[in-house]
Design a protein around this ligand. Structure first.
Ligand SMILES: Nc1ncnc2c1ncn2[C@@H]1O[C@H](COP(=O)(O)OP(=O)(O)OP(=O)(O)O)[C@@H](O)[C@H]1O
Ligand SMILES: [Mg+2]
Length: 378
């Protein structure tokens, strides 16, 4: 079977990647000139896809640049971080596993590293020293990219996805201080640290009291424009022998607020329902299908919220902005204005809403539609 056009749920491949020319150019410039970069955007707008694309392009064009990508979503402690970090840096900077093992012995000798292979031939690394010794002296590991870069005359870009996770480690501040104090002396390495929890990340990177303050550029990734999505969707249909009018392709993207993941998902569902010509009706039908599929999830989400949190979402959907006015506090039963602050914080922390310049946005466009068209209609 031919591969489906439109991909969601994993970072995109080249044919499914669109736009982001300026972001790409900026990242390449930063990486080449060793400028550390933080990327922040809500879930599923396209951070990972962008960084992976830039990494591939950069390595294809520059044989002396190695990009090391690590995702620390599931890395729950400082100790695990060191193992993960060492392993990925070693992997990214070696061509064969023998070279990787040799590098480990050469550059991490004091830690008595042992490399083993799991059945799916993933390399694992462990250290022969006690955790307490490692914790006190993680220099060799934290300096590993710089040490290898110098020794091999290459440049290394270390990209760490879901970086906000470090905020949850025991004694996180001390840990962040260690990272910063090592990494700021690296001249052959650039760091790209990214994730979706705006509040946690902003606290890490733009709070003057925090170790990572002014570590580098902060990029707020924006949504891909409706115009661009329209052209992209139309072209992908055309390339695979089907048709969609530009206005319908734009309508498709607009129905899901131009949200990257959902545009791809909706386009795929509409494509599957299309014999030769896709119409707005088919798009609506596909959207209804996705909404139905997700409704159970949304019910669970609603059940885990307090009554005032739900009331607040209703006010947001009604495009209210003056939440603290007596009228709205009463009309939507939001409690006191002090309460309102807590509601906003709780919903932001759960990534249900995002607040920028005092404008509140419900982040998941399908959840938003479901609330409007099903939940609050009853
Ligand atoms: N530049 C792009 N062009 C086309 N589709 C894209 C692009 N970026 C992202 N997407 C779509 O959005 C989906 C989510 O992208 P990605 O996983 O890169 O987002 P993310 O911001 O890293 O999300 P998360 O916060 O969940 O890690 C992709 O699977 C793909 O369908
Ligand atoms: Mg991601």
């Amino acid at each position: 079977m031919d591969r489906l056009p439109f991909i969601f749920g994993k970072s995109t491949d080249f044919v499914n990647f669109t736009d982001r020319d300026e972001d790409t150019a900026q990242l390449i410039r930063n990486f080449k000139s060793q400028i550390n970069t933080t990327i922040i955007s809500p879930r599923r707008w396209g951070k990972t896809s962008l960084v992976e694309k830039v990494a591939t392009q950069l390595m294809a064009e520059n044989s002396d640049i190695k990009v090391c990508m690590l995702d620390i979503f599931n890395v729950r402690s400082e100790e695990e971080f060191y193992e993960h970090f060492a392993r990925e840096v070693l992997k990214a900077t070696a061509n064969k596993w023998e070279e990787m093992a040799a590098n480990a012995r050469e550059f991490l000798s004091q830690l008595l590293p042992k490399i083993s292979f799991s059945p799916d031939s993933q390399a694992e690394i462990s250290f022969g020293v006690e955790w307490s010794a490692l914790q006190k002296n993680p220099d060799d590991i934290l300096n590993l990219p710089e040490t290898i870069a110098k020794a091999k005359n290459i440049r290394v870009i270390v990209c760490i996805d879901e970086f906000q996770s470090v905020g949850d480690y025991a004694d996180s501040l001390a840990f962040q201080r260690k990272l910063r104090s090592h990494w700021q002396h690296h001249h052959h390495v650039a760091y790209c640290l990214y994730g979706s929890k705006r509040h946690m990340l902003l606290d890490i990177f733009s709070n003057a009291a925090m170790p990572f303050y002014k570590f580098g550029d902060i990029m707020f990734l924006q949504k891909i424009s409706n115009k661009n999505w329209g052209e992209f969707v139309r072209k992908r249909f055309k390339d695979t022998g089907k048709k969609i009018a530009l206005k319908d392709a734009e309508y498709l993207a607009q129905r899901v607020d131009n949200h990257s993941y959902y545009v791809q998902q909706l386009a795929q569902q509409a494509w599957l329902r299309t014999e030769t010509n896709c119409s707005a009706e088919i798009v609506d039908d596909a959207l209804q299908g996705i909404k139905n599929q997700l409704s159970l999830l949304f019910v669970n989400q609603i059940e885990s919220m307090t009554a005032t949190q739900i009331n607040f979402l209703k006010a947001v959907l009604n495009n209210e902005t003056a939440f603290t006015s007596q009228e709205n506090l009463q009309k939507y039963r939001l409690g006191t204005s002090a309460n309102l602050k807590r509601i906003k914080e709780a919903l932001s922390a759960r990534e249900i809403i995002d607040i920028q310049n005092n404008v509140v946005e419900i982040l998941d466009p399908i959840f938003k539609l479901w609330l409007k068209e099903e939940y609050f209609k009853k």
